[in-house]
Design a protein around this ligand. Structure first.
Ligand SMILES: [Fe+2]
Ligand SMILES: [Fe+2]
Length: 165
């Protein structure tokens, strides 16, 4: 493979995460209808709204450097989202399915946290201060979404133990 610049890698990573976010906006509505817990449903609805804004934010970062913000299909996210639909197929509606979906979607959040962490590190080195600021916002949003899911899973795991005992 040809030697490429860090800037090119940076653009590539942004295009990958743009695809990841776009895939999430298509998958979350299915997750929302599949879960039973109201608080969990609300958390996913809130994160769906946020994710749609994130797509715009990543596009605007890309547009600072490129004429067109194009996405590059993210196979990693495709796999993680397949596991989400697998959880819906494998478990009947109820607490255990909710727990399975929390487990699957926290993997999605961790992917995003890792992606934005790496991209922000590159933005800092490349001197793209405005991008780094936006990437910090994105990183915090993903961390908050992950924390919220951890908090809900604590309650739901306990309910699930009760349901199957
Ligand atoms: Fe996101
Ligand atoms: Fe997220």
């Amino acid at each position: 493979m040809e030697q490429q610049t860090l800037h090119e890698l940076y653009i590539h990573e942004l295009q990958d995460v743009l695809s990841a976010e776009a895939q999430i906006t298509k998958a979350l509505p299915h997750v929302i209808t599949a879960v039973s817990d109201e608080e969990l449903q609300e958390a996913y609805e809130m994160h769906l709204t946020q994710t749609k804004e994130q797509v715009k934010m990543v596009k605007s970062i890309l547009e600072r450097h490129e004429d067109q913000a194009k996405a590059e299909h993210c196979k990693g996210m495709e796999g993680l989202l397949k596991e989400c639909s697998g959880a819906i197929e494998d478990f009947e509606e109820g607490e255990v399915r909710d727990c399975a979906l929390i487990a699957a979607t926290q993997k999605v959040e961790h992917y995003e946290i890792s992606a934005y962490g790496s991209i922000r590190a590159m933005a800092n080195v490349l001197g793209y201060a405005e991008d780094a600021g936006d990437l910090t916002t994105l990183l915090h949003q993903e961390s908050q979404a992950d924390d919220k899911l951890s908090q809900i899973s604590h309650r739901l795991n306990q309910m699930a133990v009760g349901a199957t005992a």
